[in-house]
Write a protein that binds this ligand. Structure first.
Ligand SMILES: O=C(CO)[C@H](O)[C@H](O)COP(=O)(O)O
Length: 238
């Protein structure tokens, strides 16, 4: 079914363009999460029905379920040394291809799958492209044990970058916290402007309790930017 909302039409345009430009018979593909990636997965299902031999590693249980519904054959990441390509969305992307991801709480699997992919293509609607990352709250996946303590360490780290005022927000709230596919919590950080994403990104994983963070730097090779009129631009980043 064709979407009616302009942003959804832009997401569909990006997903379709990704199929047109990148998909080749025989490919093994990382299947991203979120609504934009899901347009891609649906379009991939159509290709499978046309006879394409493709298979994918899903980056969330939601994408796994959709892929099964669409008839896209699945692979286990354990059995894959390298993927040809990952197609995945983003919550924000700057002109250098640095991204904030994890709005759908899937950042851990998304980063693991992107890492084993020869190429990673970000599919976004044009509202996601920004000059400076940070308006979208940065998601950080933490283990449940001592999550406040981990959060305080994160606050200290942000303070070193002049970002120390952001409150600690547990996604879903304490009464009903969001639990990721791997059983963790998400802390969302309203940082407003992340001026030094490259310097900040490697420091999160030094904090015990942090499982993964939603800054994806040096990961995307290309981006496909969809527009509500159905057109889409391909931007190469390397
Ligand atoms: O990172 C993600 C999920 O963890 C998604 O790629 C991101 O949230 C974009 O989603 P959408 O395509 O629905 O806007």
């Amino acid at each position: 079914m064709e979407p009616t909302k302009p942003q959804d039409r832009a997401k569909l345009a990006a997903g379709r363009k990704a199929i047109e430009v990148y998909l080749k018979d025989g490919m093994r593909i990382g299947l991203g999460s979120g609504t934009t990636s899901h347009w891609f997965v649906r379009a991939l299902g159509e290709k499978v029905r046309e006879g394409f031999d493709v298979a994918g590693v899903p980056t969330s249980t939601a994408t796994r379920d959709l892929a099964i519904q669409c008839g896209v054959p699945l692979l286990d990441l354990n059995d894959v040394e390298e993927l040809d390509l990952t197609i995945d969305g983003a919550d924000e992307i700057d002109h250098a291809g640095r991204m904030i991801k994890g709005g759908g709480a899937c950042l851990l699997w998304e980063k693991m799958v992107a890492r084993v992919s020869r190429r990673m293509v970000a599919v976004v609607d044009d509202a996601k492209v920004v000059d400076t990352l940070g308006k979208f709250p940065l998601p950080i996946e933490v283990i449940r044990f001592g999550w406040r303590s981990t959060g305080r360490e994160l606050q200290t780290l942000f303070g070193r970058f002049g970002l120390g005022d952001a409150p600690m927000i547990l996604r879903g709230g304490e009464a009903n916290p969001v639990i990721t596919d791997s059983g963790h919590y998400i802390l969302d950080w309203e940082l407003d402007r992340i001026e030094q994403p490259d310097a900040l990104a490697p420091l999160f994983n030094e904090i015990p309790g942090v499982v993964e963070h939603g800054l994806f730097v040096g990961i995307a090779h290309e981006m496909v930017i969809g527009h509500a009129d159905g057109s889409a631009d391909v931007v190469r980043l390397d």
